[in-house]
Write a protein that binds this ligand. Structure first.
Ligand code: M6R
Length: 612
């Protein structure tokens, strides 16, 4: 939530900051702003409500130049989206400005105290207290002032400060919100995430909680809570140059859907360099700590949203292959329960961003209680990946569309490999069975390509049904989570109400919803519950429901029953979730497209939910 960006350079930083904000806009798009030390040495502030384009227009009409500056794109928490609430926020004197991502929980107490001390507040935000606190604490050293302000702050923050009294300096700090330093050839950057830095540099350093970073004189210096110097390794990010570009695609979401076969192929190749995938040990390329799985008795998968759906699929795989009990929990629920966790258990946070506040808090709580940890993350170096003992990176490249697509299928791939690895280590399946399962994975990209080749048919179905007010998605067994995922995709980008349900539960309530106005999307691919799902289709039809079926190509039985078919390639039941989700991603995309929705930036949402 919220994107922050900063730059110090010998050249004009404003174009870079605006470019960085464009990349971060998916994190929030209620308002945006830039503050920089301008050519006259004064602090210049430009803010606009609404999408970033409004800010770009304003800055085109009234250009500002400077060598040090900060920018922000906002997802409102405290205070409505308005120009006055947009960041950056200034202190009372107007010499310094801050951008903030997170929530300051004690803002009301601080606001009262600071107001009594003579500070004049202009916004309704929690963030403005930071500007006043830093200003009040300043005695000549901006980093010291920021550290003093941090002592008073409760909550989460990534914060960057610019001050016209220090025209070549940026200081920043974090607590529970992401912050990355980018090291360019002639300039230094600060950003909420890596994709915003890629066009400027691939060399980054991650800031840890309670640290302050000072960018000055071509150097980034990091200090711990007591002011002690911290050494931090520079990491090189090898995501491709155009990985965060839309290229010829109309939307990031469509690009990311279409990328899936290529990414999964590359991902598998990574895990089996110079050999056939069938011969590879599932997790041989993932450097996991010794003993991580020794004596393991159970797994708990924790996640939010789409990542939680990936966990639900993985439960089927791990329990079936490794014969270990698996719990799958929503992070926001897990973190506030009286947990039964011990060191025989491994907790697996699943997260595209690796920064989701609830999942991070759940991971920390489980670790505190003694659980082992293995993160499944996409963003390299993310907080979750650093705070877990082991990491399975999903190698999806940057995912920019707010609706998660390729992150989901690559999470499924990683979790499938985890299931096979555990089965191999525990001897619950033979080496021959593991090799066959690996071979099936190697074939997966072909199935994904064949399914994506039917996109035009899916578009037609989508347009035919796009006037519906509600949708019901049904799936069973390993495809029940895919019904949940199909419904989530549709509601988040089209704003049409959709419910995902296990097909076997239909008669226990949701069947009352069915009439001739309700499209029922049924996942009806072959498997152990195929016949049962066909009965669910019959039951829906008998009540006038219009059935859209995800079915294997050439399945005449389903075709005869359904009003429309979304065809998929003939993959095994176990791997079918990875294929079956594709037509549902496309269905949601084309419906939203037909309705003219803002697909990559749906209303009220942000890509990374870094506040509770
Ligand atoms: O970065 P994470 O995977 O932790 O994010 C979890 C959810 O916020 C995310 O999957 C969300 O539900 C997506 N918008 C779904 O498309």
């Amino acid at each position: 939530m919220c994107g922050i960006f900063g730059c110090v350079s010998h050249e004009d930083v404003v174009p870079r900051i605006l470019q960085g904000l464009k990349r971060l806009e998916y994190r929030g798009y209620d308002s945006a702003g830039v503050a920089c030390v301008d050519d006259r040495g004064a602090l210049s502030l430009t803010r606009r409500v609404g999408k970033l384009d409004n800010l770009l227009d304003a800055m085109r009409d009234h250009p500002v130049h400077g060598h040090t500056g900060i920018g922000h794109t906002r997802w409102a928490t405290h205070g409505a989206p308005s120009e006055i609430n947009a960041h950056p926020h200034t202190g009372t004197s107007g010499t310094l400005a801050v951008v903030h991502n997170g929530i300051i929980e004690n803002h009301d107490v601080l606001r009262e105290e600071l107001t009594a001390a003579g500070c004049s507040f202009r916004s309704e935000t929690d963030s403005e207290v930071i500007a006043h606190l830093v200003e009040q604490s300043y005695t000549g050293d901006l980093a010291v002032a920021l550290r003093a302000a941090m002592q008073r702050l409760q909550g989460s923050y990534a914060v960057v400060v610019v001050d016209s009294r220090h025209p070549d300096l940026l200081v920043a700090a974090r607590q529970d919100s992401p912050l990355v330093v980018g090291l360019g050839p002639n300039e230094l950057y600060l950003s909420s995430d890596i994709p915003a830095l890629l066009e400027f540099t691939r060399d980054v350093m991650f800031i840890e909680d309670q640290e302050v970073v000072v960018l000055e004189g071509g150097e980034a210096r990091i200090f711990g809570p007591a002011g002690e110097t911290k050494n931090r390794a520079v990491q090189h990010i090898d995501w491709g140059g155009d990985a965060a570009e839309k290229l010829e695609h109309e939307h990031f979401m469509l690009k990311e859907i279409e990328e899936q076969p290529r990414i999964i192929r590359a991902n598998l190749a990574l895990r089996a360099p110079g050999q056939s995938v069938a011969g590879a040990t599932p997790l041989q390329a993932d450097h996991l700590p010794e003993g991580l799985f020794d004596g393991l008795e159970s797994l708990t998968l924790i996640a939010c949203g789409t990542s939680w759906h990936a966990g639900l699929v993985a439960k089927f795989w791990i329990e079936s292959w490794a014969r270990l009990p698996v719990d799958v929990d929503l992070s926001s629920e897990f973190r506030y329960r009286d947990l039964l966790v011990d060191d025989k258990q491994i907790v697996v946070p699943i997260s595209q961003s690796g920064e989701t506040a609830d999942t991070l808090a759940a991971l920390r709580e489980a670790r505190r209680l003694g659980a082992r940890s293995l993160a499944v993350c996409n963003v390299v170096g993310s907080t979750m990946s650093r705070e877990s003992e082991g990491v399975l990176y999903t190698h999806a490249g940057p995912e920019i569309g707010v609706a998660s697509t390729k992150a989901f299928t690559t999470q499924l791939l990683s979790l499938r490999l985890l299931a096979l690895e555990l089965a191999a280590r525990r001897g619950t399946r033979s080496p021959a069975e593991i090799a066959i399962a690996m071979e099936q994975l190697a074939d997966l990209p072909r199935h994904l390509e064949a399914t994506l080749a039917r996109a035009e048919e899916i578009r037609e179905v989508a347009e035919r049904f796009s006037s519906a007010q509600d949708f019901l998605f049904l799936g069973r067994g390993v495809n029940y989570p895919i019904a949940l995922e199909g419904a989530l995709k549709l509601k988040e980008i089209s704003y049409i109400h959709a419910e995902g349900y296990p097909a076997g539960e239909m008669k226990h309530g949701p069947i009352a919803l069915i009439d001739d106005q309700l499209p029922v999307v049924v996942i009806a691919t072959p498997g152990r519950v195929y016949e049962k799902v066909l009965s669910n289709i019959e039951e829906s039809r008998a009540r006038g429901g219009r059935v859209i079926a995800v079915a294997q190509e050439g399945d005449q039985r389903v075709a005869a029953l359904a009003d429309a078919v979304l065809p998929v390639s003939d993959v095994s039941e176990e791997l079918s979730p990875i294929v079956n989700v594709l037509p549902l991603q496309l269905l949601a995309y084309y419906i939203a497209h037909h309705l003219g929705r803002d697909i990559d930036k749906p209303r009220n949402l942000a890509k990374s939910v870094t506040v509770e």
